[in-house]
Design a protein around this ligand. Structure first.
Ligand code: SF4
Length: 124
């Protein structure tokens, strides 16, 4: 099927790894110093990763790819939760099994924040 999916320009990628944690589904990994989408069925094409890339290596393109598989993404996320690498709120450490998480920029860092903590971070 043809659908929207992330494209990684390997010439521009420095392998910094900043795009790995914004991808809650775990579609992006660093392999041999470059970001790769190893399992295309884990990429939902939402593009949350795009804005964190300092070199502009990430874009969304429309091309032939396996359909996004929500069950496989959830399974991968569960594995990340078990190993303690799933996205967590920077303030209360809740993962998305306990709270709604939003991807955010805070003090120059790309991070996750839950909807309970967001007002505190905004208003103090
Ligand atoms: S953020 Fe950009 S430069 Fe860094 S690893 Fe990801 S694609 Fe490569």
């Amino acid at each position: 099927m043809k659908r929207k999916i992330v494209r990684i320009d390997e010439e521009k990628c420095t392998g910094c790894g900043l795009c790995v944690s914004p991808c809650a589904e775990g579609a992006i990994e660093i392999v041999d110093g470059k970001a790769k989408v190893l399992r295309e069925e884990l990429c939902d094409g939402a593009g949350v990763c795009l804005n964190v890339c300092p070199t502009g290596a990430l874009s969304i393109e429309e091309r032939e790819a396996p359909a996004f598989d929500p069950a496989a993404a959830e399974e991968n996320l569960a594995a990340k939760r078990a190993e303690g690498t799933a996205p967590r709120c920077l303030r209360c450490s809740a993962d998305e099994s306990r709270a709604v998480l939003l991807f955010a920029r805070y003090h120059g860092e790309s991070t996750w924040v839950c909807t309970r903590c967001l007002p505190v971070l905004i208003h103090g």
